[in-house]
Each structure stands twice: as C-alpha cells, then as structure tokens.
Ligand binder design. Structure first.
Ligand code: SF4
Length: 90
C-alpha cells in the first residue's frame, strides 16, 4: 500500500538536494510498501511535517526517534517554564 504522504513527500518526489544512491530501493520498500517503518513518515506523523529534516531518509529510524525525543524534551521544558511563570503571577 502506498504511503499516504507520497504526493507531497520531497523524498519520494526527488526534491531533496542529496538523494541517496539507493533511493529507488527505499521508495519501493518504504513508500510503496512498508511506509509505517519510514523515518520521515514517523517524524511527520508524530511531531509534524515541518519538523522533518531535509537530510533524513526512510531508513534512518534511529535518527527519527532521536528527533522525536528531543522535540518532546524541548516541548516539556517550554511547558514547565510556562507553568512556573504562571504560578509566580499568583
Ligand atoms: S514512506 Fe516516507 S519517504 Fe516514502 S513517501 Fe512516505 S514519508 Fe515519504
């Protein structure tokens, strides 16, 4: 089954500056088949497509998990700062 992001994905549509030499194999194995495992899909559907780096490819699952972890950490820090700031006002 095709990835639901296939029409707008810069990787699938060869819009990235440095496409890997194995891009056609990745397209076949991820974009046209097992997109749930794709690093770009994972980041896009978890924290938003605006947070998908240009240099991440479908097989970079570890990198995707790291990006998501760091994003959540930053989000929590901001949330804590807001809560602390609001508590000081009372
Ligand atoms: S599987 Fe990944 S690389 Fe392929 S179209 Fe979907 S998001 Fe893009």
């Amino acid at each position: 089954m095709d990835c639901p992001l296939i029409n707008s994905c810069p990787f699938f549509n060869d819009k990235l500056k440095d496409m890997p030499s194995m891009s056609n194999i990745y397209k076949r194995n991820y974009c046209k088949k097992d997109y749930i495992r794709c690093a770009r899909y994972l980041v896009s559907t978890t924290i938003g497509k605006e947070n998908v780096p240009l240099d991440i490819f479908p097989n970079h699952e570890g990198k995707a998990k790291e990006i998501i972890k760091n994003f959540k950490k930053q989000f929590l820090l901001i949330l804590i700062k807001i809560i602390v700031s609001n508590n000081k006002q009372y």
